[in-house]
Design a protein around this ligand. Structure first.
Ligand SMILES: [Zn+2]
Length: 180
């Protein structure tokens, strides 16, 4: 059991490295890797704003690359590691790709579809179910998101202040004119 969790941590660290790439791009930092027979065959990180595409979630990119590597849309025998609980699109893609195992960093209470909002991965009505392990490097996975949103709030506040200051300057400039 300890061995399994250390393997999980090893690959979740790789997923976190992908999340950091998103972070440096100014994207919500979510990262993903797909492992087959002890080898990473697909990597991805969130690039939704950069690519102007809702399809540019970390998991979708990793699935596309893994499918290319295996030459098969079926990712049987693969394990996906993702830093944040997948959304409905990505959880759906995991089922569609027949991925048997998913390892999650932290939960996403408002959008996660591996049990938070709903569970798309273990619905007996579908023809495929996914074995899910969660809470692997959960703190690190959540911390990078918290850091991102804290910096975003700070940036928005600074921009708002800058705009307000600019607005004041313009007003200051107008008063003497309107007085003459
Ligand atoms: Zn997604």
């Amino acid at each position: 059991m300890a061995e399994i969790s250390s393997v999980h941590e090893k690959y979740m660290k790789e997923a976190l490295r992908q999340a950091k790439k998103a972070f440096w791009l100014g994207e919500v930092p979510i990262g993903c890797v797909i492992v087959y027979e002890g080898r990473i065959i697909g990597r991805g990180y969130n690039r939704r704003n950069t690519d102007h595409s809702t399809l540019s979630h970390a998991e979708i990119t990793a699935i596309r690359k893994a499918s290319k590597a295996l030459g098969d849309w079926r990712l049987e025998g693969c394990t996906m590691y993702v830093t944040l609980e997948p959304c409905q699109m990505c959880a759906g893609a995991v089922v569609q790709a027949r991925i048997p195992e998913l390892v999650i960093g932290c939960k996403s209470p408002k959008s996660g579809c591996a049990g938070s909002v709903m569970d798309l991965l273990n619905n007996p009505e579908f023809n495929h179910q996914v074995r899910v392990t969660e809470g692997i490097l959960a703190e690190e996975s959540a911390d990078i998101l918290k850091k991102f949103f804290a910096e975003l709030r700070e940036r928005n506040r600074a921009e708002k202040q800058a705009r307000a200051a600019q607005g004041e300057d313009e007003t200051d400039g107008e008063y003497p004119e309107s007085g003459t």
